[in-house]
Design a protein around this ligand. Structure first.
Ligand SMILES: CC(C)(COP(=O)(O)OP(=O)(O)OC[C@H]1O[C@@H](n2cnc3c(N)ncnc32)[C@H](O)[C@@H]1OP(=O)(O)O)[C@@H](O)C(=O)NCCC(=O)NCCS
Length: 163
């Protein structure tokens, strides 16, 4: 599955599924009613952040996207952070795994020494299993750090792996 650098021209394809994922309120600590300009600024902030898209082989349709950025500033910027959104229409077809592998390689190439996820919702079983299978360990747990729309308060996980 081709994965390439995201451009501003990809945004109109990213926004509908990103908005849907955020509005569901189950996986991201973003305002559920985030407006388009804010979402675009958060997802495509420009360097040193990088964003990529996974596209359909034939049509070139955007199936999912990932963002890579330093997790901290200054002396903490050797640890990367990454975020992932796969279109619900393309879920379960290996897009998330392909993006994960790609972003780990990209982070290594950019010179990062580790990758950290700050807020993986513990009830997001698919994501937790995927990150574990890609070598991440849970290094922290924020008790009831997330208000899930149907499950109530659930834990947030900090996940980490060296590169
Ligand atoms: C999490 C997400 C990125 C995964 O993307 P995806 O393309 O659906 O995932 P994949 O098809 O690559 O599947 C990943 C793995 O999860 C497994 N999986 C699927 N559903 C699962 C479940 N309910 N429990 C455990 N594992 C599950 C799959 O079997 C697959 O494993 P495999 O590659 O060994 O077969 C995607 O669902 C998404 O964007 N969700 C909304 C936003 C989000 O949660 N982002 C991540 C925040 S930490």
């Amino acid at each position: 599955m081709p994965i390439r650098e995201a451009t501003t021209a990809d945004w109109p394809e990213i926004w509908p599924f990103l908005r849907r994922i955020v509005a569901a309120g189950e996986t991201y600590t973003w305002p559920r009613d985030v407006d388009e300009a804010t979402a675009r600024r958060l997802w495509l902030p420009g360097p040193p952040a990088r964003a990529v898209v996974a596209v359909d082989d034939d049509a070139g349709t955007v199936l999912g996207t990932a963002k890579l950025a330093p997790n901290q500033l200054g002396p903490g910027d050797h640890v990367a952070n990454a975020s992932f959104m796969v279109s619900p229409a393309a879920a379960g077809r290996g897009v998330g795994r392909a993006l994960g592998v790609h972003v780990l390689d990209l982070a290594r190439a950019e010179g990062y020494r580790a990758m950290q996820f700050n807020a993986v919702v513990a009830s997001n079983e698919r994501a937790v299993a995927l990150w574990r299978s890609l070598g991440f360990a849970v290094v922290g747990r924020i008790p009831e750090g997330f208000r899930h729309p149907s499950r109530g308060y659930v834990d947030l996980l900090v996940m980490h792996r060296r590169l």
